[in-house]
Design a protein around this ligand. Structure first.
Ligand code: NAD
Ligand code: TYD
Length: 345
């Protein structure tokens, strides 16, 4: 088992990054975490509200594309591991405005690799199942499958994933990669399906389901993603890629039913709206390689979705200010016309 002392967690104020920081420090209280985050609309200091007064957590506000600041932070803080969560992460936003996805996800990751190479630091990169593209029935993606991304988001993540692997081959720098399934849980920005549907249902607003709603996703609890990353950090083979999910998927309509039943809301809130362009039909990953490290997911996807929906009931303090602020403009741009087409108010 490796000892890890000082971590730079990029994107640590986002959904998965903040869950990871909280999980890691609970398990490894002797280590120090420097959160490095640009605080975009998705990066929120309040995601770590309970930790900022803790001596072993600090925040540097910055862009992962700022090589001087990343280098200086790593040197000043004695960083021995970079965990890269920082990214633009929403497929629909990547369809509306794709260039920033290349800036952060491709160039930003490239800058982190340059600093890691220069200073001899290990880099763990957070990738996604979307790099495999949508996959045929009965197949489960394995780590050696060809990458075949189909959205600007997925293409930028695939480029980053391949850059990380290329640096390991060319320069021999120590890297590992995890490819996560769709995550759900606390502090997920309400642009993503499960928090969007949960908060809409709580407010009695329509749930805009794209197309027929029969697309399939592995809705994994963010807790299991964090334990999977931890397993790879401590026991993973350097240079290797590991899938992290449950290996079980459901349709979006099944996910919506769980959300509505958990919240005791009427199914008439469901509105089928114009589909997302290029909408990936199915993601599913084989997670045996991670299991071989002794990891097992704790949550079934059904439990994960239900538990996530309940979190939004209990934590209105977190999402109400988001929903009434800048998010509104995005929501109207994305959904007003689509929902008007269904007759929904
Ligand atoms: P998120 O959008 O909630 O958070 C992203 C974080 O990155 C935010 O804190 C944001 O401020 C920060 N950030 C963005 N651009 C930055 C930049 N240029 N410099 C520094 N910080 C920047 O995302 P998330 O859902 O927590 O995803 C985290 C990582 O996990 C991403 O790499 C994503 O691709 C990957 N992933 C996500 C999922 C999922 O279901 N959410 C699944 C698999 C993989
Ligand atoms: P999302 O959370 O955006 O994740 P991803 O596109 O990365 O899988 O969406 C999950 C699924 O839900 C996906 O099939 C798209 C669908 N979806 C809707 O049907 N309506 C919505 O408003 C959103 C945001 C997503």
């Amino acid at each position: 088992m490796r000892e890890i002392k000082n971590l730079l967690v990029t994107g640590g104020c986002g959904f998965i990054g903040s869950n990871f920081v909280r999980y890691w420090l609970a398990q490894h209280p002797q280590s120090r975490v420097v959160v490095y985050d640009k605080l975009t609309y998705a990066g929120r200091k309040e995601n770590l509200h309970d930790l900022w007064d803790t001596a072993n957590v600090s925040l540097v506000v910055g862009d992962i594309g700022d090589q001087d600041l990343v280098r200086r932070t790593c040197q000043d803080e004695g960083i021995d591991l970079i965990v890269n969560f920082a990214a633009e992460t929403h497929v629909d936003q990547s369809i509306l405005g794709p260039l920033v996805f290349t800036d952060t996800n491709v160039r930003g990751t490239h800058v982190l690799l340059e600093v890691a190479r220069e200073l001899g630091i290990r880099l763990h990169h957070i990738s996604t199942d979307e790099v495999y593209g949508h996959i045929r029935d009965n197949h489960q993606s394995v780590e050696t499958d060809e990458l075949a991304p189909r959205s600007p988001y997925a293409a930028s993540k695939a480029a980053a994933d391949q850059l990380v692997q290329a640096y390991a081959i060319t320069y021999g720098i120590p890297v590992t990669i995890t490819r996560g399934a769709n995550n759900v849980g606390p502090y997920q920005y309400p642009e993503k399906a499960v928090p969007l549907f949960s908060t809409n249902a709580i407010l009695g607003e329509p749930l805009p389901v794209y197309g027929d709603g029969l697309q399939m996703r592995d809705y994994a609890h963010v807790y299991d993603h964090c334990t999977g990353i931890e397993a790879v950090l401590l026991k993973g083979v350097i240079g290797e890629v590991y899938n992290v999910g449950t290996g079980r998927e459901m349709t979006n309509l099944e996910m919506v039913d769980i959300v509505l039943d958990t919240l005791g809301k009427d199914h008439s809130l469901v509105k089928h709206v114009t589909d997302r362009p290029g909408h990936d039909r199915r993601y599913s990953m084989n997670v045996d390689k991670l299991r071989a490290l002794g990891w097992e997911p704790k949550y079934d996807p059904k439990q994960a979705v239900a538990e996530a929906a309940r979190w939004y009931v209990e934590n209105r303090w977190w999402w109400e200010p988001i929903r009434s602020g800048e998010f509104r403009e995005y929501y109207d741009r994305q959904y007003a016309e689509r929902l008007a087409g269904t007759g929904a108010k």
